[in-house]
Structure formats: structure tokens, C-alpha cells
Design a protein around this ligand. Structure first.
Ligand SMILES: [Fe+2]
Ligand SMILES: [Fe+2]
Length: 266
């Protein structure tokens, strides 16, 4: 199998063309629904940043170039948590007329705790909802994909490489462009790339953005190691990621966006 085939496999998965962000732009969800959406998105994104033992594990099986490529991705993710919280707070502020809900967009803890409260309020009734973390089983499952990075067993290292490839393609081509569609292009929040509070999106979006570089690193790393012995594990790691994230997108779409359409129609 060639890496191009694997890239096509990711692009053919329904996660890649999931309509959640287009639905967000179309539905114009209320402030609480926006808060809940950001709570799950940021919880998921938080889990994708640490490299854990993956760079070390790659080194241990003799893949030091690939280890370096993955370490570059991990290093570039530093400080993205506070910037994502800032953007979420800014969008929440713009979703209500009048006085801003957050007057300090650098107060990450305050913003994130409000996002969680929105999730508790709107999604707390769902089966298996965990009030300690504000996560649903589907969010936890998507997060757990990245636990494999803690293992340095060769099979797990290859799985994590597949996960990294799928993650970076989705980030670069579905998640970040999707956020641009609903947060900026929709015009719902009068938000633009020129605003300091939108720096998160500027940093990640487009050909000069972080995700494009990550995608190139991941394709290069997988492309240089893919062989008949490890391809099953690499494909498995990509598929696990795509299936788990698609299930999370389905649930958020159904409960926070589709439900909003029904509420407005009622
Ligand atoms: Fe990031
Ligand atoms: Fe990335």
C-alpha cells in the first residue's frame, strides 16, 4: 500500500465530509449550544496535542527521522489551549447582544468552566454523561484514541502513526476549515482574521497554517515507513480515529444543532 492510498482512504471516510460545521453556520445555534459545542471540541483537541511516548517509541524501533517529524508537530501545538479558549469566549460574547459575557478573554479557566456548564445543562440527560468532566462516552472514546501514544510497543507505535495521519488530514481539511465556515464566513459573529481573539484560527488555517505543516510531516513519516508488515496497524489507527470522531460529530450535530432546528420550528 502506498501512502497516497491511505490519504484517499481518509478523504473517503464520512468523517472527512461531515456536515457539522456547515450545519452550525446554517442553524445559528444559541449561546448555550455554542458553549457546549466548544466544550467537546476543545476537550477533544486537548487530547490530540501531547505526543506522550510516541516520539520515543519511534526512536526505539529505529525510526528517528519519523520521530523528529512527529516531535515537530507536538512542539508546534504548545499554547494552543489558551488561544482556543480565547476564540470560544470571543464567539460567545458575539453571540449575545449587549454586554459581553467574558470581559477577560485570557481567563482560560473561567471560559472553559462556562463551556462545561453549557454542556452539563444541554447534554447532561444523555446516557453515560459524566458530570465530573462534562464528557459523553463518545467524547471519551474519541479522546481515548490518543492513549495509544503512551505505549512504545511496535504495533501501538504504528497504530499511532496512522492516527496521526488521519488527525492531521482532518484538522487541515475538515475541522479548521469547518470552524472558519461557521465562525467567520457565516457572518454570524462579525468575526474576522484581523481580530487578535481569532488568532487560533489564523494560526491553524490554510497553506501557511500549522495544520498544513502537520499534514505534510505526517504524510512524510507514514510514507517512509509503510510496508506490508505494518500497514494493517497503520490503517487500524487511522480508522479508529475517523470512526470515533465521526461518532462524536454525529452526536453533537444531532443534540446541539438538529435539536436547535426543532426547537425553533416548535
Ligand atoms: Fe493546534
Ligand atoms: Fe495538527
Amino acid at each position: 500500500m502506498r501512502v497516497e492510498t491511505l490519504v484517499e482512504r481518509v478523504k473517503a471516510h464520512r468523517c472527512y465530509s461531515h456536515p457539522i460545521f456547515h450545519n452550525w453556520a446554517r442553524v445559528n445555534p444559541g449561546t448555550e449550544a455554542i458553549g457546549a459545542l466548544f466544550h467537546h471540541i476543545r476537550s477533544f483537541c486537548d487530547a490530540t496535542r501531547p505526543g506522550w511516548n510516541l516520539p520515543q517509541g519511534l526512536k526505539e524501533i529505529g525510526l528517528s527521522t519519523e520521530s523528529h517529524l512527529l516531535q515537530e508537530i507536538v512542539d508546534s501545538e504548545e499554547n494552543h489551549g489558551p488561544e482556543l479558549a480565547m476564540m470560544a469566549g470571543h464567539i460567545i460574547n458575539r453571540s449575545v447582544p449587549g454586554k459581553a459575557i467574558f470581559d477577560d478573554l485570557t481567563d482560560q479557566i473561567h471560559i472553559e468552566s462556562m463551556l462545561k456548564r453549557c454542556s452539563d445543562e444541554l447534554l447532561g440527560q444523555l446516557p453515560g454523561y459524566d458530570f465530573a468532566t462534562g464528557l459523553m462516552p463518545q467524547t471519551k472514546k474519541a479522546i481515548r484514541t490518543f492513549e495509544t501514544r503512551k505505549s512504545t510497543a511496535a504495533q501501538d507505535v504504528y497504530k499511532s502513526l496512522g492516527t496521526a495521519l488521519a488527525l492531521e488530514i482532518i484538522s487541515n481539511r475538515q475541522l479548521i476549515p469547518g470552524e472558519k465556515t461557521c465562525l467567520v464566513d457565516s457572518g454570524l459573529y462579525r468575526a474576522s482574521f484581523d481580530e487578535p481573539a481569532m488568532h487560533y484560527l489564523v494560526e491553524h488555517y490554510g497553506e501557511t497554517g500549522a495544520e498544513c505543516q502537520h499534514e505534510q510531516n505526517a504524510i512524510e513519516a507514514v510514507g517512509s515507513v509503510l510496508n506490508p508488515q505494518n500497514s494493517a496497524a497503520i490503517v487500524q489507527g487511522a480508522d479508529d480515529f475517523l470512526d470515533n470522531l465521526a461518532a462524536l460529530w454525529d452526536l453533537l450535530d444531532a443534540t446541539l444543532l438538529q435539536a436547535e432546528v426543532d426547537r425553533v420550528a416548535a
